[in-house]
Design a protein. Sequence first.
Length: 591
Amino acid sequence: MKNMSIRHKLYILILIVLVPLCILQTMGIFYRYEKAVDKKLFANREFAESLNLNVINYFNLLWELEFVTGSTIIAEDHLHDPDHMESILKAVQYRYLEDLSWVSPDGTVIASTVPHARGTHLGDQEFFQQIQQGQEKGVSDLMVSQITGQQTILVVRGMYQQGRLMGVMVAGLKMRTLDSIFSSGRVAKTGAFGFVDRQGKIVYYSGKPDLTIAERQFPSDSLIRRALQGDVILTRHFQSHLTLEKQMGVFIPLPEVGWVIFATVPVAEIIDETITFTLREILIFVIIAAISFWAAIKISNHILQPVGKLQQVAISISQGDLSARTKIRGNDELAMTGMIFDQMAERIQRLETGREIFLQTAAHELRNLMAGVKGILALIRRKIATGKPLHQIEDKFEVMEKEIDRLSSLLNQILEAFRIQREEGLLSLNFQYVNLVEIIRSALIPIQSMVSQCNFILDLKTQKPLWILADNQRIEDVFRNLFSNAIKYSPNGGDVMITIAKVEDSALVSVKDVGIGIPAEHLNRIFECFHRAHHLKSNDPGGIGLGLYICEKIILSHGGTIWVESVEGKGSTFFVQIPLHVAEDPSIVNL
Ligand code: ADP
């Protein structure tokens, strides 16, 4: 993981989110499939139970019919008149019945709707023997009727008079009509239902009404056996011996007649039904997952793009290309980082450029000064060698003195600037209550004694002292720097107007010259360390770009501000604003 790129880590993150979603979705699909199967099984069971009622109702109807018919025969005393009995039987024969017969208690057919059936003996049949043994009504298993010779089910009812078995009504079902009697609707498109008799033979199967004898027999190991023993069986899976398909369904015992009802559906049908919506769900899920994955990759690429850019620019800068920038724009954290990074690079570039300019200008300035001093010294040496009096070149000593003063002022500025930078703008100041007007007057004295074409005018807008809490030496340095700059950058001379005013709770001083001015593009950088607006220009009077930097730091340390207004070629006005303080104890006021 440590050595992996952020891109790969993001991809893993995306997968961490997507994989559980896929697992959940797959589990959901299986769960819904199981639910669909359960639903189908439940529907099958309900269907089978409703069939159960249908069948019992139907048999009850037949037993009732038999009872009414048998009772009529007994009541009208037609027991010895088979012809009349037959006319009664034919009159009531229900259209779903194949035949209806009156059988004597010993099992001989006395009268029947079937011609020539008289005399047929049913006494050896199990269902008949049960009636003989006292059972009131019953239903045979699927059998070949001795009366009709047809495969049928016989519905029998013993007819009693004062507890004595008078005869037995036997009705043969029309097997072909079973479908119309029972099919009240199917559980599924290809679902089927049916009845199985006590022997495990299919009495009726809706899927194929004309079954062969062999097909009718359920295998001995099938679930039907358990259902015949009275268990309700619900199965999700069994092999049908009729269709050879995998089926699911229910087997419900029918205790009144000892049969079993079954309702089955091919598993393939459930799969077909569920597969359609499952496939649709899978398809939708795959599309959504693919779109999410694609969007996640796009977003991660979008997120990583600035990171890559940052990395690229950082490498360029580390290799010395200080002009490289990320140019990332936007409002998010990375865009902000990019912008801060660009600002940082900008600052490094400026400092680097400043450092270069400083080295160049400082070297240039120092060389000029040293050359001047050296020239004067050479002159003095020549005068001494030729025995000429030194008083003739007294003025040269003065010049040398000034040059050395300038040199020491330059060195002071450099030391001061480095100290400010090291102490991050914090200056150690000696605060006192001082009158700003006096400080400015004192700063003017050495300037006015300088040989200059400039004429300094002091315009006092207030006659009152302007008390400030300040390090008077530092404040004097600031104004001395501003005054000497005014002279330095006014090669043609002109008035330098110094205005001192009280504005609200502050003192506002402006120093206005009519010199070369400052080009507009330099105005907001003029207070930066080493920044010089006229560097390498023909009108550059020389300097190292530290004076205003130090001035600003001093003014800021006094809670004030300094700014400049200038028009190139017309002159500049520097403004200094310092908060005023009222001296609480005049004895500590240092004038
Ligand atoms: P230096 O004068 O040694 O270069 P400063 O920090 O005093 O350094 O001034 C910075 C720059 O501001 C100067 O190089 C000059 O270009 C410009 N500047 C300062 N004062 C004036 C002025 N009064 N008129 C025109 N330009 C000025």
